[in-house]
Design a protein around this ligand. Structure first.
Ligand code: NCD
Length: 294
């Protein structure tokens, strides 16, 4: 990986993705390595799966708690990072609600993995989703992948747009009128109508509305629920119309009754828990690729 970093999805080349996926199946332990976890934002799946990945590899884990750190005394994040670097851990895994100062991260003299940054980047989620798609035999088959939700502030969708185009996917975006379009959606096909979009797609990646990053009015949320939530009924309708099964993905967490009907998690063609299951081995393989000694 470019300079031992996975901060943006563009830091990993296609041959290296193949190598990581291969290594996800045959992990070897790493001795005497220490990873520091800097999580400034809530996380369930990402944090636990990174931690499990470290334990699987035999990598020691040190957790940083921003609430009890010197940041509370006025130290800057840049200075905190310099101090952590000075202790010479082998790896830094960082998640932040704001877009991280990427230049500062690239300057650090140790491997760094982004576990999600602001609304712009979440490379490991994109990679584990790609691994899940590969496992289902859907890669490089000209499949149509639909993002359902507001991609304008969604870091998972943004990392996917840069990754999936190289793996033979045609991508589209289905969203309410009020979600601002930005540069990230320029190369996508657009739908306003959910039923039409679902008929077009082979796979639908449902996205959670990022309410912590944007204020949505009650009126918007009510109409979103009605028009953009994915329901079992939608799947029954589209599957009988197309005579084939639409696959469902979601990076999690989903909000029951807003972006997804919770019954979909047990739908036969849902990959939602598969994505979570794969998160441990794919993250372990990424850590292994960064820390292994040649
Ligand atoms: C995503 C995230 O945190 O960016 N989830 C995850 O990492 N599993 C998506 C989201 O929060 O909607």
């Amino acid at each position: 990986m470019e300079n031992n970093k996975l901060i943006l999805i563009s830091d990993i080349s296609k041959p290296l993705v193949k190598q990581v996926f291969c290594c996800a199946e045959n992990l070897i332990t790493l001795k005497n390595k220490t990873a520091v976890f800097l999580f400034f934002e809530t996380s369930t799946r990402t944090k636990i799966s990174f931690e499990m990945a470290c334990y699987k590899l035999g990598v020691n884990v040190v957790h940083f708690n921003s609430e009890t750190s010197s940041l509370k005394k006025g130290e800057s994040l840049e200075e905190t990072l310099c101090n952590i670097e000075a202790m010479r851990p082998d790896l830094l895994i960082i998640r932040h609600g704001a877009d991280l100062n990427i230049k500062e991260l690239y300057k650090l003299n140790l491997p760094v993995i982004s576990a999600g940054s602001g609304d712009s980047s979440h490379p490991t989620q994109a990679l584990l989703d790609l691994f899940t798609l590969q496992e289902a035999g859907l890669v490089e088959k000209n499949k149509k992948l639909l993002f359902l939700g507001d991609i304008s502030i969604n870091r998972v969708a943004k990392s996917h747009q840069n990754l999936l185009k190289d793996w033979g996917f045609e991508m589209a975006y289905c969203y309410p009128e009020k979600c601002n379009l930005n540069k990230s959606s320029e190369n996508l096909k657009h739908f306003k109508n959910k039923a039409e979009a679902l008929v077009w797609a082979d796979v639908v990646m449902v996205l959670r509305l990022q309410q912590e990053r944007k204020n949505f009015s009650m009126e918007f949320l009510e109409s979103y629920k009605k028009n953009y939530q994915l329901t079992l009924k939608d799947l029954e309708t589209v599957n009988s119309k197309k005579n084939k099964a639409l696959k469902v993905m979601h990076p999690g967490p989903y909000v029951d009754g807003l972006d997804l009907d919770k019954n979909i998690t047990s739908y036969e063609h849902s990959f939602i828990y598969k994505q979570v299951q794969n998160s441990v081995k794919v993250r372990a393989a990424i850590i292994y690729s960064l820390l292994k000694e040649d």
